[in-house]
Design a protein around this ligand. Structure first.
Ligand SMILES: NC(=O)c1ccc[n+]([C@@H]2O[C@H](COP(=O)([O-])OP(=O)(O)OC[C@H]3O[C@@H](n4cnc5c(N)ncnc54)[C@H](OP(=O)(O)O)[C@@H]3O)[C@@H](O)[C@H]2O)c1
Length: 336
């Protein structure tokens, strides 16, 4: 048997020596790395996350093996399992765990993954919906859980979501609004995406430019909590505007990886900066987050935030996600 897969072939080096190609190949069953195979999966869907955009566009820092099948999300049905927790036919989802970075990922019709981080798709979701949630939605839920653990409740005050029209932002808004939080969305696309963000549940919309210039170490306290995917000066301003005992979940770096802040929000307002790491999340966190997604995310909202493309379309879509042009989530139907 053979199957189709995208392959990235990437060699670092100085200028002319560096190469990067992305190719749709048809390969034999034994092409998948056998060493760590615990569960073989008939893949139905993957998704395009910001990190997949970086990998497919040849940006450094994601791909750590070559050649490699990209795709940090993998959704499908178990073909065979060496682990008693899974049986053929089970509906499963895997987010991160090195997929598309150090192990072959989900942009293929076949997958071979570790059992420990593999999660059963909740009954509430179709496989397509699980892929629509993907790493972005899983990360958004981890961020919401971090706010809850820090004691932020709907009665604590307004919560802010940055990068609102992107994948993590869209799911964070939908979940927080359904839980009863008053959500303010920060976006650079208010002119085109305001109706979309309101439909997800945003009560107010701000221009992301309001957070883009360096500000004072402590500013007017506005947020009981925040989910930030932008980082950089934006995150510094969010921290400076967070209220007493507020929690800011730090998820991403679309605006930069530096953090030009001071200790003031932490020592004068007791603000918590909660780091979110979806890739190496332990099994218990994965199961908890997917259980909570099944309870707290309205699957009907996924339709509004999701578009679906085929395997060969992924490289072009990668450029669009890096340019901040994609609304919500992009599912990749690997059989299309
Ligand atoms: N920690 C983790 O485990 C984890 C997991 C998933 C994702 N992430 C990270 O989270 C971030 C978002 O991922 P995603 O999949 O949601 O990506 P996405 O769908 O591309 O969304 C990112 C959003 O960030 C905003 N943005 C883009 N460029 C920006 C800039 N230069 N300045 C300010 N805002 C900008 C845009 O929102 P608007 O158009 O609304 O302004 C964009 O839609 C990425 O950095 C990703 O690597 C981390």
């Amino acid at each position: 048997m053979s199957f189709r897969a995208l392959y990235i072939d990437q060699r670092s080096g100085r200028d002319a020596d560096a190469t990067h190609t992305v190719e749709l190949r048809t390969v034999d069953d034994d092409a998948l790395e056998p060493a760590e195979v615990e569960v073989e999966v008939e893949v139905e869907y993957s998704a395009l996350n910001y990190k997949d955009g970086l990998a497919l566009a040849g940006r450094p820092g994601v791909v750590r093996r070559t050649p490699i099948i990209p795709g940090i999300d993998l959704v499908g049905r178990v073909r065979a399992s060496a682990d008693p927790r899974f049986a053929p036919g089970d509906r499963v989802v895997l987010n991160g765990d090195g997929l598309g970075e150090t192990r072959d990922g989900g942009l293929a019709e076949r997958g071979a993954v570790r059992a420990e981080p593999l999660v059963a798709v909740p009954d509430a979701f179709t496989l397509h919906q699980a892929a629509a949630i993907g790493t972005a939605g899983f990360t958004a839920m981890l961020a919401v859980l971090a706010l809850e653990r820090g004691g932020v409740t709907p009665s604590s005050g307004d919560v802010l979501v940055t990068g609102a029209a992107g994948g993590v932002g869209s799911v964070a808004i939908a979940v927080l609004a359904r839980l009863g939080y008053s959500v303010t969305a920060s976006t650079g696309r208010g002119d085109t995406e305001a109706d979309y963000l309101r439909a997800l549940g945003a009560a107010a919309i701000l221009n992301r430019a309001d957070f883009a210039e360096p500000g004072r170490p402590l500013q007017k306290a506005r947020w009981a909590g925040a989910v930030d995917v932008v980082g950089g000066v934006t995150l510094a301003n969010v921290l400076a505007q967070t209220s007493q005992r507020g929690v800011v979940a730090c998820c991403g770096l679309t605006g930069g990886s530096e953090l030009p802040t001071t200790v003031m929000p932490f020592i004068l307002r007791g603000v918590t900066l909660a780091g979110i790491d979806s890739v190496a999340a332990p099994r218990a966190s994965r199961v908890e987050a997917w259980d909570r997604l099944a309870r707290d995310l309205d699957p009907r909202l996924l339709e509004a935030m999701t578009s679906t493309i085929g395997l060969a379309d992924a490289p072009a879509a990668a450029e669009r996600i890096l340019a901040g042009q994609i609304r919500g989530r992009t599912v990749v139907d690997v059989h299309r």
